[in-house]
Design a protein around this ligand. Sequence first.
Ligand code: AMP
Length: 114
Amino acid sequence: MSNTIFDKILAGDIPVDSVFEDEDVLAFNDVNPKAPVHVLVIPKKRASRFSELSGRPIEEIGRFFAAVSRIAALLDLDENGYRVVINNGPDGGQEVEYLHAHILGGRRLTWPPG
Ligand code: AMP
């Protein structure tokens, strides 16, 4: 499926509360935040799932994760820490079939997740 809500957001068809954008990624506030800071980062090069990255160039994968790390720093989360979550597929709890990393922070998160 390549017409998910995140495809539409990337196409500019649905407005979001954007926090960062460059040539590789778009980052925006989650509409249903699970922590004081809850930002989603999506790569502009489409992938449906994290599991697809195994076939992608290392450079592309690296740029995505470097962007996630930079965005967390921009959100002022480096000192207290944060969590990066990528849900993959039904058992992973993925609801939107467009690869995205959640950055969660601003409170002490519990472990393990449900
Ligand atoms: P996942 O369960 O990992 O697929 O996460 C999907 C996330 O997208 C959820 O945390 C939703 O709250 C979030 N979400 C869905 N639609 C929007 C939207 N239009 N703007 C911002 N976040 C959204």
